[in-house]
Each structure stands twice: as structure tokens, then as C-alpha cells.
Ligand binder design. Sequence first.
Ligand SMILES: CC(C)(COP(=O)(O)OP(=O)(O)OC[C@H]1O[C@@H](n2cnc3c(N)ncnc32)[C@H](O)[C@@H]1OP(=O)(O)O)[C@@H](O)C(=O)NCCC(=O)NCCS
Length: 163
Amino acid sequence: MYFKIRGMKDNDIDRIIDIERESFEYSYPPSLIMQAYTSFPEGFLVVEEANSKKIIGYIMCIIEWRNGHIISIAVSKEYRNRGVGTMLLNASEHILFKRYNINNIVLEVKFDNKIARKFYYSRGYEDKRLLKNYYDDGSDAILMVKKNPYMSSKNGPIIINMW
Ligand SMILES: CC(C)(COP(=O)(O)OP(=O)(O)OC[C@H]1O[C@@H](n2cnc3c(N)ncnc32)[C@H](O)[C@@H]1OP(=O)(O)O)[C@@H](O)C(=O)NCCC(=O)NCCS
């Protein structure tokens, strides 16, 4: 079985919402997802199982203030731990860091989501700040950040760090 990564298309949205609902207790309203997609379509990628063309994972990124923001990433349960999340993250980093030359990638992750936090740590993301009561149920998030590894501090722009 092998996997193929590609840009999201309008009619992928229903399957993406299914994966999102299976992965998170609270999910984004479809209208919000479509709004973010329209603002930066290149930041929305899916992985499909190559033979069946079934979508098995997605990542959604936007650009804000010269920083990339991962607003959601999820892989369908039965396909986790086979490198699909890494494929999605690597491809997004390539787009954001190399093509768009953004300063940092930021994301929020639930404090007790150990698997996702470990996934990000081992891929160069660092804890930046605790966000108390971030989610609707009152639970906390961690803001994580990865700096653009390709940006030279000598030649790059002056970064005003928001965090
Ligand atoms: C986080 C997520 C996207 C990773 O996708 P994936 O396809 O499983 O990712 P990969 O196969 O590339 O890598 C899996 C990593 O998780 C780790 N992992 C998987 N299952 C694990 C478990 N039960 N316990 C601890 N670590 C686990 C693996 O060790 C691996 O990390 P490593 O390569 O650093 O060792 C996926 O777990 C997911 O969809 N989770 C639910 C949604 C979510 O939490 N999204 C992030 C919110 S910010």
C-alpha cells in the first residue's frame, strides 16, 4: 500500500470533515474551513491511498503576519503511525518555509495530547506558551513554534516575535 500527497480540492471537504470529526472532540464548522481554504489553498493538502484514492489524512495551514499557522492536521485512525502525518507536515513545511519564506510555523495543541506533542517535538517544534482555557471545554493548549531553518539570521528580516 502506498500513499500520495496532493492539494485539496473543493469536493474533498466532506471526507476531510469525517476525518476531523473522528479525530477531535470539537471540530471546525465546514464554513470556517472553506473560508480558510479560499484564503490560502496551497496550505491545504491531503494524502490519499494510491489505489483506492481514498483520502486518509489532511493538513490545513494559513499564513498570518508572515508566519505559517497549522490550524489542523489529522490522519484517519486506521492509517496512523505509518508516516502519513510526517508526509503532510514535511510537505507543508516545504511550502511555507521554502516557497513562502515565512519566519515561523505556529500551532496550538491540546496540553494532554501526548502523541501529537511528541510528534511535533521530534520534528523541531518547541513549546512557546501555555494557553489557559483555550478550548470550549476549558482545557489548556500549548502554543508550539518552529523557526524557519532555512532563514539566515544575518540576511533575514528583523523578526518581531509575537510570542
Ligand atoms: C498526530 C497525527 C497527525 C500523526 O499522524 P501519523 O500519521 O500517525 O504520523 P506518523 O506516522 O508520521 O508519525 C507518528 C508519530 O507518533 C508516534 N506515535 C504514534 N502512536 C503513538 C502512541 N500510541 N504513543 C506514542 N507515540 C505514538 C510515533 O512514534 C511517531 O513519532 P516518531 O516518528 O517521532 O517516533 C495523528 O496521530 C493524528 O491524526 N492524531 C489525531 C489528531 C491530532 O491530535 N492532531 C494534532 C492536533 S494539533
